[in-house]
Design a protein around this ligand. Structure first.
Ligand code: SF4
Ligand code: SF4
Length: 402
């Protein structure tokens, strides 16, 4: 197993502390990047007995990369946390129910066959209107509303015909494990927008989960295996577009595995970054006199570091008033499976962002990551603060002139 020696790069300067969302919540040094690095160093000294607190404080990290993106000593915090969690996983004691839920969740993400079966079961339940029973299940707010969010929005099979006409070029679309299960609206809008802009859209059939959930939950071998599957699926040299910022961040991290994986990492881009780079389409966009709240996911801000591309492409819509609700940071607490595994911390973080959304007085919320969209949709619904939540791509496609 890889080591934790890079913790030695931390000079304990504390410059990362004001940027850490969990430290801001608890004020506890053990919930800060510097404190967690110290805990990892203790974990590395195997003669010291592990306390439950060590598990708790490492588990409560969001893997938001805020500390890593500003660390002057370039401490590879996320890699270290992945390694630490893999080590903890080997010695962690879980109840049978916890083990089962974890296994099912990770297997569902990794297996196309399981996702297909699960999707059919859920859609059958929706036809029978059994899905509303999800609101009575003993789950966190986000988990309950996530089940409801599985409702089909658009036909996932209605892919645009690739055709021979591709005046703008060819692209490959990464749909990930959640695209056709949890975010069909964005998937359908991405297909339509790219096709209408003249791109030939290919969706390689062998693609699968990006592996981010596994990587950040101590399942490093499975994460590497999922990367291999995507490397095999995405052949050629065309750009690979992701509409979930978490997936784009993960694909760009594939460079660690092999030369072939590094080439896929280089071709992988966030869809809004791609559009911004290509420039405003000649067709133009219909005006929209509305105020929208823009939430910047941690992956878009701290890993892709491309948030200006989002505001740039939204600026193509005349009269649109965009209020960024978290320009200074502020994690919504979704963080992959964090919203399920750490419901209390997650809910407190989501409430902070929901307050800012309320204060913005916007009539629509935009965010670029599916996990953040689920989390904020559920939080706003629970607070009786109903607001439509969309990916910016969906708004662009709606406003694209004929
Ligand atoms: S992680 Fe980086 S910024 Fe934070 S205390 Fe260590 S050296 Fe300083
Ligand atoms: S990754 Fe985020 S939550 Fe974890 S220590 Fe760094 S800033 Fe804090």
């Amino acid at each position: 197993m890889s080591d934790l020696s890079a913790t030695e790069r931390c000079v304990k300067c504390g410059l990362c502390l004001p940027h850490c969302p969990t430290f801001a919540l608890t004020g506890n040094e053990a919930d800060s990047p510097r404190g967690r690095i110290r805990l990892m160093q203790l974990l590395d000294q195997t003669e010291i007995p592990l306390s439950s607190g060590l598990f708790t404080h490492l588990d409560q990290c969001l893997q938001c990369h805020a500390c890593e993106s500003m660390c002057p000593s370039k401490v590879p915090f996320s890699d270290l946390m992945d390694t630490a969690r893999a080590r903890l996983e080997a010695i962690r004691k879980r109840s049978f129910g916890q083990r089962l839920a974890r296994r099912v969740g990770l297997a569902f993400a990794a297996s196309r066959g399981l996702r297909r079966i699960g999707s059919r079961v859920i859609h059958a339940a929706q036809r029978l209107q059994l899905d509303k029973a999800a609101l009575r299940l003993p789950l966190s707010t986000t988990a309950r509303h996530s089940l409801l969010a599985l409702a089909p929005a658009g036909d996932p099979r209605s892919r645009p015909a690739p055709g021979n006409q591709s005046p703008a070029g060819r692209i490959q679309l990464f749909t990930g494990c959640t695209g056709d299960a949890l975010d069909r609206t964005t998937l359908a809008a991405s297909r339509r927008l790219l096709s209408r802009l003249g791109y030939a859209v290919d969706e390689p059939s062998g693609q699968g989960c990006c592996g981010a959930l596994h990587q950040h939950n101590g399942e490093l071998q499975t994460a590497a295996h999922l990367a291999d599957i995507n490397v095999a699926a995405f052949r050629g040299e065309d750009p690979v577009l992701c509409f979930a910022s978490g997936c784009a961040a993960r694909l760009q991290d594939y460079a660690r595995y092999s030369n072939a994986a590094a080439r896929l990492a280089q071709r992988s881009v966030d869809i809004l970054g791609f559009l911004a780079e290509r420039g405003k389409p000649a067709a133009g966009f219909a005006p929209l006199r509305a105020r929208v709240a823009l939430h910047l996911p941690c992956t878009h801000r701290n890993v892709l570091q491309q948030t200006q591309a989002i505001t740039e492409v939204l600026g193509w819509i005349p009269e649109l008033d965009v209020i960024t609700v978290n320009p200074d940071g502020g994690c919504c607490g979704a963080a992959g499976s964090y919203m399920l595994s750490q419901p209390d911390m997650s809910a407190r973080l989501a409430d902070g962002v929901a307050d800012r959304i309320r204060d913005s007085r916007a009539g629509l919320l935009l965010t670029t990551n599916i996990g953040c969209a689920l989390q904020l949709r559920a939080t706003l619904a629970a607070r009786q603060q109903p607001l439509e939540v969309l990916h910016p791509v969906t708004l662009l496609e709606r406003q694209l002139a004929d």
